[in-house]
Design a protein around this ligand. Structure first.
Ligand code: TRP
Length: 453
């Protein structure tokens, strides 16, 4: 490898800029599209509790660790792992962790972009009034029509990839700050509005009960793995996205407080999305386990039937696309930063390369919804395989390694200094979580799924 130490690394203008970017990365399709549909598929309340526990006990400590690694080394994730493991005199195999993250980023973005394409297609549908007065079956027809068409999916996927790569080409630090500052509050308002609509459906209580009354008999080993995997996915941790954002973070910022704020916001957004969607699901006689189409088959019903629904529907899908963009750029930024810093490419060249690879990979997901829908490996379509491989396996494995590295390989002096905890007790709590609780939980859940436990 040549020039590993070349540093062209910038910095966020402030703590607030980092919070905006990291929140932008965390809040995305994971909260609004994925959380409701996997909650529906996994039986509701008990799944939600496991997810919340995973965020608190595994996600937050690892998010702090990942941010800390990035900030300490101030380089892209691949070089970060090289520098920090050399600094600690650790095994060279730690170098692979950065690579694994970059690969996970490509794979996730390849399907993330296709789904973000659906959201983009819905901007147009909202604009042309397709939801007006429509009932549940008409709305379902719209969705089925979209995913049956490879041409349409490729068109929207291409558009979304182009948008992502143009933002990344200009440098994530310039554009994103303004976009997220306006986006997050607006998305919040929209979700509150949808919750208000959900209250008028007559099935609000049923929706809330589904989400918050746990029935642990519905929980399988795989549901627990999915809940844990989603904690990683929704917080954007385990592959280096938060690491690279941390690498742009000024030295004097308290990582712990910042991470709590971001994870808290992310969780609230997901819960609000769930509270808005399930009452509509029950009121319209839909299946909670309808799968990845869930929000596209429910929310348009709300927009088609509420006053001002044309405008709100349009705004909602526009914001969903922006939320997806502020996430997608963080999936590819580690790879782009590595190409620029280690391979002497311009940012533009790096974007063309990495963007083209991801775009091509995305075709697998596009076709898995139509022409290749019968092609299954381990009983899963390509989209389902990619999702399982990344969210349920690669991210938890990456997170496990980050926890072990931060807890056992780095010195206490370094971690304590970097985290800047308000008091020694909170540092001790983090240390216990990162050394024992988080790695053990990931490990036990894996054992359980493969049937050893
Ligand atoms: N967290 C984002 C979401 O919920 C997706 C995402 C962005 C992500 N960057 C990531 C997931 C890094 C895993 C790793 O939509």
């Amino acid at each position: 490898m040549t020039g590993t130490k070349k540093s062209i690394h910038g910095q966020w203008s402030s703590r607030f800029a980092f919070i905006l970017a990291a929140t932008g990365s965390a809040v995305g399709l994971g909260n609004i599209w994925k959380f409701p549909y996997i909650t529906g598929e996994n039986g509701g309340g008990a799944f939600v509790i496991v997810y919340l526990l995973c965020v608190l006990l595994i996600g937050i400590p690892i998010m702090m660790a990942e941010t800390m690694l990035g900030r300490r080394s101030r380089q892209n994730p691949i070089n970060t792992m090289i520098t920090l493991s050399d600094e600690a005199g650790a095994d060279k195999n730690w170098h692979y962790l950065g690579w694994m993250g970059v690969i996970a980023g490509f794979l996730i973005l390849s399907y993330y972009s296709v789904i973000a394409g659906w959201a983009s297609a819905y901007v147009l549908k909202a604009f042309t009034g397709s939801f007006f007065d429509a009932d549940a079956s008409e709305i379902k027809g719209l969705f089925d029509g979209l995913i049956a068409s490879p041409i349409q999916l490729i068109f929207w996927h291409s558009l979304f990839m182009l948008a992502t790569m143009s933002i990344v080409a200009h440098g994530v630090k310039t554009g994103i700050e303004k976009a997220v500052r306006f986006l997050m509050p607006s998305l919040f308002v929209m979700l509150i509005l949808l919750v208000a609509y959900a209250m008028t459906t007559g099935s609000y209580d049923q929706g809330i009960e589904f989400l918050f009354t746990p029935d642990f008999s519905k929980l399988t080993g795989d549901s627990v793995l999915t809940a844990m995997g989603h904690a990683f996915f929704t917080l954007s941790i385990g592959m280096g996205a938060i690491m690279i954002y941390g690498s742009y973070l000024p030295k004097d910022v308290s990582i712990s407080k910042t991470v709590f704020l971001i994870a808290g916001t992310d969780t609230v957004v997901a819960l609000l999305a769930g509270i808005a969607i399930f009452p509509i699901v029950f009121a319209s006689g839909l299946e909670p386990a309808a799968g990845p189409g869930l929000i596209f088959q429910t929310l348009p019903i709300a927009f088609g039937n509420m006053t001002g629904g044309w405008l709100f529907g349009l705004l909602f899908f526009v914001m969903l696309v922006f939320a997806a963009l502020s996430s997608s750029i963080s999936l590819i930024e580690p790879a782009v930063a590595w190409l620029v810093e280690n391979r002497d490419m311009s940012r533009k060249q790096a974007c063309i390369w990495s963007g083209s690879i991801t775009w091509l990979l995305g075709f697998g997901t596009v076709f898995s919804f139509n022409v290749w829908s019968g092609f299954k490996v381990f009983d899963r379509t390509i989209f389902q395989l990619l999702d399982y491989l990344t969210a349920n396996l690669l991210l938890p494995i990456g997170g496990f390694c980050i926890a072990v590295f931060a807890g056992w390989i780095m010195t206490q002096q370094h971690t304590e200094h970097e985290l800047g905890m308000p008091n020694p007790l909170s540092y001790q709590v983090w240390k216990i979580l990162i050394c024992y609780v988080a790695p053990a939980a990931v490990f036990l859940i894996f054992l359980h799924v493969v049937g050893v436990l």
